[in-house]
Design a protein around this ligand. Sequence first.
Ligand SMILES: [Zn+2]
Length: 310
Amino acid sequence: MKNYVLFLLLLLTTLTFGQTPSAKRISQHIRYLASDKMQGRGTGSPENAKAAHYVEKQFKKYGLTPLGTDRFYQPFTAKVRRIVVPDSLRKAANVIGFLNNDAAYTIVIGAHYDHLGLGRQGSSLDSLPQGKIHNGADDNASGVAGLLEMARYFSQNNVKEPYNFLFMAFGAEELGLQGSRYFLNNPTLPLERMNFMVCMDMIGRYNPERGVGIGGYGTSDAWPTVFKEVTSSIKFFTDRAGNGGSDNAAFYAKQIPVLFFHTGGHPDYHKPGDDPDKIDAQSEEAILQLEIRLLENAMRLAKMTFTSVK
Ligand SMILES: [Zn+2]
């Protein structure tokens, strides 16, 4: 009998806490996506496609429903604008998985998986970028790891939430939000069914003096209620603006409330030195736990109304 009670307790603990984000898994995802073997995940490269496939594999493992146009994929053509050589077109794709909770509205969680490749697609800040691998561990393997941990948590926690979830890994963000814009112009879920969008871009370099920034606070009157009395083991601050930084800007432009998580700039930003060994996975774990707390608060409320930020 005693063993039985112990077993039940253990089972309950596993079901409740076993799926929460873990620094170990976060590191594994980042070490894979930002390894030299992945050649910086430049749009159009085989390694970029490999990164997309990695996300797809996890989405399948979590039992998500494919919601691209080609199973989990939503292929599109990305345009590289270059100053010296003619414009070129490259194959790109968003990776989209749906968690159906039979709810009327859906929460979108997204992060871009592309980066600067070998420094030949522009926007590198290195003085001689060509041919150097831009690993993009913080930008944005860290956000993809966050996306995968969120997908894992909400699909494996044995709770049927009052909202559905759309998990999206965007392509071609570094070429100007091309993946998220393509999705919003060709949505595989009606935009009016979306409650709000949460974006993670660069959440792996937590700086205890700055804290993690959470943008988009001004994009709905509901956010202050969501944040009320929320505490965390890490420092965080809110910012009203929702139209900058990353793919959240494309959703903001379509009048969808957003939140944008970001641990701030650093000297390795858009340089070859943005490497996995500089990631603080422990703090990223805490950031994701904070994000879950905020999402759970938001799910106690009715669908949000968008407000534009002056
Ligand atoms: Zn980024």
